[in-house]
Design a protein around this ligand. Structure first.
Ligand code: GLU
Length: 553
């Protein structure tokens, strides 16, 4: 076709477009941002529930934009209307809110580049397609599904590249007359790329994460607009990322194989190329087979985002975990910098794993423990209460009733250089600190004690009644404890006992153990004196009696 014929064709196919491409180029100017500022986007399709992999890429979008003073926006890619799920879009926005991964512009967040949802941008895509038809880079293709299927089967048998290209692209050079007559006969058509690629030539693309990559040039006449006039992902991505001035497309590496096509689309559209950063999938060692596989919604509960809320994993701790997957040097940095938070860390693409990153539950738990260990008693109280209000109403009430004591319990051994690392989830707090609340402790009834000793109630009662001073400090208390031990036939230290076991009934630690078991119901607990101080003498005595009733009588 001559240029004039192509113009005629373009006008025939798209007679009613309100604007030309120049209009859109001017309507969406570049943001006024500092040099080096990154514009990133999270571009989900509402075709399934949000999972950990999605959160990971949205998190990366957020941190790279934030640290460079750029912009992070949300774009809904709903071109595949058939696969859309009900409530899919609301789920995306609510997950971003729940997980505090908030774009600063985009769908439902507002901004100057709207609409940020592809189903409302059809006119824009068609405007650019019209331009490509005029330039000879796109054409209507009337091939039927069965024809395409037959070609595919032939290609599979011959083991040649799959797709419509070369001899298979039968509608590539139709005359204007022929196109007109087929349209007149009501034949349906898609718009295909008229690819100029030569697969014997190579292109080189530098991915921010994967580095230099070489590919043969793209030579397939890929569908750009579907029969209903809406775009395919490939075409929409090129138009949107251009008009929305994305600088870095951070996405899953299942898109790497589409890069030659995207590269060509940017070329023919005359767009400035974007940077790509392809994130490796999250993998896992399969429990049954021992093989490394992609994580799956069906087999791995923590792949779905509900898991985190329901199990009480703090959002900020999950952010720490996402940061460790994003940059391999993050975890060490975080563990070594107790006064710093994610905002202080500098993320870089070259510290991003190239292969699959494997999900490491132990790492997540350790980060959560570190997270809690850096929180004051009051913070642990407030966060746990907020979680319990949604997931354990009974516990929430108990927490509120015992507020001041609980803040103190949660604050035990938090001040030193090595703060206590006990809990990793809000859901563990109730059990871990069950001795702190009478109602829970009474219900537990020493069922947590897994030793086989029977402790001397009389000795402990005498100690608490006549010797325990709760107004002193930890050191002084322990000195008095040693003295009490000696006066009652126990060694003042484990060492003294070891040197001469026949002269003693045991050592000071045994008496402490007896008290601990009687008042907490377990062999291990945070600092005993601190616990006793918070409980106070009356409760301590009440519990010793309870021990006597339950375990001795
Ligand atoms: N809508 C695409 C998806 O959900 C996004 C890919 C991209 O980020 O460009 O897979």
């Amino acid at each position: 076709m001559t240029e004039n014929e192509r113009i005629e064709l373009a006008n025939l196919l798209y007679p009613d477009l309100k604007h030309d491409t120049k209009y859109y180029e001017e309507k969406y100017p570049e943001r006024k941002l500092a040099e080096g500022a990154m514009v990133t986007r999270y571009a989900p399709s509402p075709t399934g529930s949000v999972h950990l992999g999605n959160l990971l890429s949205a998190f990366a979008d957020m941190v790279y934009a934030r640290q460079s003073g750029g912009s992070f926006y949300l774009r809904i890619e709903d071109t595949d209307q058939k696969r859309m799920i009900e409530g899919g879009i609301e789920n995306i926005t609510s997950v971003l809110h729940d997980f505090d991964i908030l774009p600063n512009e985009g769908y439902s967040f507002g901004g100057d580049y709207d609409p940020y949802i592809q189903s409302e941008r059809t006119e824009i895509y068609q405007t650019y397609i019209k331009d490509l038809i005029i330039k000879g880079y796109a054409y209507p293709c009337f091939m039927k599904e069965e024809e395409i299927q037959a070609i595919r089967e032939e290609q599979e048998i011959n083991k040649t590249k799959i797709g419509i290209y070369g001899v298979y692209a039968v509608d590539r050079d139709l005359s204007l007359e022929e196109v007109k007559s087929r349209i007149d006969q009501g034949e349906e058509y898609v718009i295909r790329l008229k690819s100029f690629g030569d697969p014997n030539k190579e292109i080189e693309i530098v991915d921010c994460i994967k580095g230099k990559m070489k590919f043969p040039e793209h030579n397939v006449d890929t569908v750009l607009l579907k029969k209903d006039g809406t775009p395919t992902y490939h075409f929409a991505h090129a138009i949107d990322d251009h008009l929305m001035h994305t600088t870095h497309v951070i996405r899953g590496d299942e898109w790497v194989s589409s890069l030659p096509l995207h590269y060509q689309l940017f070329q023919i559209l005359g767009f400035k190329p974007v940077h790509y950063a392809h994130i490796a999938p999250i993998t896992i060692k399969d429990q049954e087979t021992g093989n490394i596989r992609k994580i799956s919604k069906r087999k791995d509960p923590w792949f779905g985002v509900k898991y985190y809320e329901e199990n009480g994993i703090p959002i900020d701790a999950l952010h720490l975990y996402l940061a460790t997957i994003t940059n391999t040097n993050f975890e060490e940095w975080y563990l070594n910098n107790s006064d710093k938070s994610i905002e202080d860390f500098h993320f870089s693409f070259d510290k991003q794993a190239i292969g699959g990153t494997s999900f490491d539950e132990a790492k997540l738990v350790n980060l959560c423990k570190t997270y809690f260990s850096r929180k004051s008693g009051k913070e642990v109280y407030e966060e746990t209460l907020e979680w319990a209000k949604k997931h354990d109403f009974e516990y929430a009430e108990l927490l509120e009733k015992n507020k001041e004591d609980m803040i103190q319990f949660f604050g035990i051994e938090k001040d030193g250089p090595r703060p206590r690392k006990d809990i990793s989830k809000y859901s563990e707090v109730k059990e871990e600190f069950s001795y702190a609340i009478d109602e829970l402790f009474e219900k537990e009834n020493y069922s947590k004690y897994d030793g086989d000793k029977v402790y001397d109630v009389e000795l402990v009662l005498d100690y608490v009644d006549n010797h325990l001073d709760l107004d002193t400090n930890n050191e002084e208390w322990f000195n008095q404890m040693r003295e009490f031990a000696l006066n009652n036939g126990y060694a003042a230290s484990p060492k003294d006992y070891k040197n001469d076991p026949d002269s003693f009934k045991g050592h000071v630690g045994d008496i402490c153990e007896a008290i601990r078991v009687m008042i907490t119901g377990r062999l291990k607990s945070p600092d005993l004196f601190s616990i006793m101080k918070i409980l106070g003498k009356d409760k301590i005595i009440k519990r010793i009696k309870m021990y006597e009733n339950v375990c001795i009588k």
